[in-house]
Design a protein around this ligand. Structure first.
Ligand code: BG6
Length: 493
């Protein structure tokens, strides 16, 4: 991987270019990349949609999208002018006549890299790739970017990958998991592999268990229709949480090279012990939010939200126990948990160390399980190490857990780029280290599919939990069965 991605002159063609993802994430991120000097002067963004917009319409829409984005605090008029000048719109109906393809072909420059970004539902990815190929728009250097969902099970994922793979070689396919673009996620690799002190402890001898949490306060919003056919397992666990598990559990790669890193992640996925049969009930919990109050605001329950079935058994929460069956991790549970409409938004990886084998401070108030390393992805990105210290004073010796805190915001003056900025920069620099390879995605489905199938076969209804709570009681039973607890400690925000 290049440490400093080099911008290349590129035509970035975004299918679904006027849609939600484009307006909320892609265009604001591209604006920031332009502002920070990461877009080559010749780079253009070509939004493709059926909307019949002119370039001027698109530029108006894009300007409001950029202004409305929280990471863009001050719009710089010169940068905005330059950025909007890069934008073009092509009206194209993928299933319609050839005119849109011809317009696109006329616009594309022969001397630039081409990146085709599929910000569209996966069922039309194949048709777009065929259209590109039939219109002779795919050059040997062209890249394609795919967004999730990458299928809804192994078979559908393989089908999409086959269709895209018929046009683009695997080395040209960039599958986005935006969690891999988060600054702290990349920092996890640096923490593990650029420091010497953790590696000797990073195994079953010294680690009791690992917790990976992605808790959200938001509900499904306007995505109820999509979400009914997905659920938290497909939406969050199959991709984001398993990727975090891979980065936590993988062996040191020989270099920070795309295949070296992805080979090691793949081995972790292939080592996951299958959760099948009785183990599904023992090791997984599904939940669904009901009406409640989140951060002072009354909110609807999942079933009351518009756009989906009023009797849907879709889960908005999952907790599960995974095991990585290899020498390093044998016997160390990895507890994963994600949910919407929870009391706090927090994504973190918690490494809970074992207690000392023998205490020389009996009766000093040593709380068990107090040594932990927390890698906080959001909010307040940082690393917190909790260890035991002596409470000051001359009386009886007392121990207390105390934190050693590293806040990225306080330590580094520079702004952390948002995940999409980072990933777009890498796509433009043709660096696929932080993207998922086909075999990884399929290995993740291979592990997740039997769990979803077992839920469906046994009509396992999700356990209701009130919005604004910590999730269903079953999640606490799941981890509590072995005498452990979730890391709920609040840090100031
Ligand atoms: C997306 C999911 O991939 O990730 C959403 O589809 C979820 O349902 C989002 O809300 C969470 O991302 P982040 O970056 O806000 O943690």
């Amino acid at each position: 991987m290049q440490q400093q991605p080099v911008p290349r002159s590129t035509d970035l063609v975004v299918f679904g270019g006027t849609g939600d993802l484009s307006m909320r994430k892609l265009l604001p991120s591209l604006y920031l990349l332009d502002r920070d000097g990461h877009l080559d002067g010749g780079t253009r963004v070509i939004a493709v949609s059926r909307d019949g917009l002119t370039d001027a319409d698109l530029r108006d829409k894009a300007a409001s999208a950029v202004r409305g984005h929280s990471a863009v605090q001050v719009v710089e008029p010169d940068v905005m002018r330059r950025f909007l000048g890069r934008l073009h719109h092509v009206t194209l109906d993928v299933g319609g006549d050839r005119s849109g393809w011809t317009d696109l072909a006329d616009l594309l420059a022969p001397d630039r890299d081409r990146v085709f970004y599929l910000a569209v539902p996966p069922m039309i990815s194949g048709a777009i790739c065929r259209g590109l190929s039939d219109a002779h728009l795919v050059t040997p250097e062209s890249r394609v970017v795919m967004e999730k969902p990458l299928g809804r099970d192994l078979a559908s994922s393989q089908a999409v990958n086959d269709e895209v793979g018929a046009v683009f070689d695997e080395s040209r396919v960039y599958r986005i998991d935006h969690y891999l673009g988060k600054e702290t996620v990349q920092n996890l690799l640096v923490l593990r592999f650029a420091n010497v002190f953790l590696e000797p402890l990073w195994n079953s001898r010294w680690i009791d268990h690992v917790q990976i949490t992605a808790a959200e306060t938001v509900g499904v919003g306007g995505r109820r229709g999509y979400y009914d056919s997905s659920g938290a397992m497909r939406d969050m666990v199959q991709n984001h949480l398993l990727q975090l598990l891979c980065l936590t559990a993988m062996e040191p790669p020989s270099s920070y090279d795309r295949d070296a890193v992805r080979d090691e992640k793949l081995k972790v996925l292939q080592s996951l012990r299958p959760v099948q049969g009785d183990r599904v009930e023992q090791h997984t919990v599904r939940g669904q939010y009901t009406r409640g109050v989140v951060q002072g605001e009354e909110v609807l329950g999942y079933l009351d939200e518009a756009g989906g079935s009023p009797t849907s058994a879709t889960e908005t929460f999952v907790a599960l126990r995974a095991e990585v069956a290899n020498w390093r991790w044998a016997g160390v549970p990895f507890y994963l948990r994600t949910g919407k409409r929870l009391s706090h938004a927090r994504s973190e990886i918690v490494i809970r160390f074992r207690d000392v084998p023998h205490t020389i401070f009996p009766g000093a108030g040593t709380p068990p399980g107090s040594g932990s390393l927390v890698i906080r992805l959001q909010p307040d990105e940082g690393i917190h190490l909790t260890m035991l210290a002596k409470t000051p004073g001359a009386g009886a010796l007392r121990l207390r857990p105390v934190p050693l805190e590293l806040s990225f915001a306080d330590t580094f003056a520079t702004r952390s780029p948002e995940a999409y900025e980072r990933l777009l920069m890498d796509v433009l620099a043709a660096d696929s280290t932080l993207f998922m390879r086909r075999d990884e995605v399929e290995a993740a489905w291979r592990w997740v599919d039997p769990i979803i199938r077992a839920w469906d076969d046994h009509d396992v209804a999700p356990e209701p939990y009130p919005s604004g709570s910590a999730g269903p009681a079953g999640a606490h039973r799941l981890i509590g069965r072995t005498g452990r607890t979730w890391h709920e400690e609040e840090t100031p925000r």
